[in-house]
Design a protein around this ligand. Structure first.
Ligand SMILES: NC(=O)c1ccc[n+]([C@@H]2O[C@H](COP(=O)([O-])OP(=O)(O)OC[C@H]3O[C@@H](n4cnc5c(N)ncnc54)[C@H](OP(=O)(O)O)[C@@H]3O)[C@@H](O)[C@H]2O)c1
Length: 199
């Protein structure tokens, strides 16, 4: 699949490399493709160039940068946008209830919006396997986009579960808050994932 990753920080790099490792054609969209920090990334372009023609566009920039970044992408109907962002230590910009709703407000009709890959530390995103187990990855969003993202997350080794449509964005973002709370307030550190236990 042709996948654009917007933002080449911790999350973008982990997802981009993980998806490349499974045979997907990944291109990173960054503000300055000539920046020496991106020399090891492989295919790099401006954000608009990267998003053009990509089936899947993953947004992995800080919450405060989301509106500006998406506005530059030139998205068209038929593309799927994955929102991997969290508003941490700040309210969701522009008065929106969730980052997913903020992202959805900036995409044209016909673009599917999916909330995913925001609920676990970046270092785990390229590989959801932990020993014999598969990290639990809740996602939510438009059904045609969820149908694309679920199998991709499965390829990366996650037990990915759809929680529903856009109304479930908040549930996914609250799940991220729980991970962050355990990691940083409860002293668990970053080396854990949630898993499902069944009888
Ligand atoms: N870190 C985690 O464990 C984690 C896990 C899940 C979700 N998240 C969420 O994922 C998002 C990214 O987090 P991160 O840790 O990857 O952040 P990060 O390491 O700080 O990287 C953010 C990247 O976004 C780029 N960027 C900023 N504004 C941009 C714009 N307008 N257009 C294109 N690129 C832009 C930055 O580029 P420059 O270097 O040029 O500024 C940087 O490469 C955040 O919303 C965060 O809450 C983080």
């Amino acid at each position: 699949m042709d996948i654009a990753v917007i933002g080449a920080g911790s999350v973008g790099r982990a997802l981009g490399r993980g998806l490349s490792g499974h045979g997907h054609a990944v291109i990173f969209g960054v503000r300055d493709p000539g920046d020496a920090r991106h020399a090891d990334l492989g295919r790099v372009a401006t954000t608009a160039e990267a998003a053009r023609g990509a089936a899947l566009v993953i947004v992995a920039v800080p919450a405060a940068a989301v509106s500006g970044a998406i506005g530059e992408l030139g998205l068209v109907g038929g593309q799927v946008v994955v929102d991997a962002t969290n508003a941490v230590g700040m309210p969701v910009p522009d008065g929106f209830d969730t980052m997913g709703d903020l992202v959805a407000s900036h995409v044209p009709a016909g673009v599917a919006v999916v909330k995913a890959f925001n609920t676990i530390g970046a270092e785990h995103l390229g590989d959801g396997r932990m020993g014999e187990q598969h990290a639990f990855l809740p996602i939510a969003g438009d059904a045609d986009g969820v149908a694309v993202v679920l199998p991709l997350a499965g390829e990366l080794g996650f037990e990915a579960v759809s929680l529903g449509g856009r109304e479930a964005f908040r549930l996914v973002e609250d799940h991220a808050r729980l991970w962050i709370h355990l990691a940083f307030r409860c002293g668990w550190g970053r080396g854990f994932a949630f898993g499902a236990i069944r009888r």
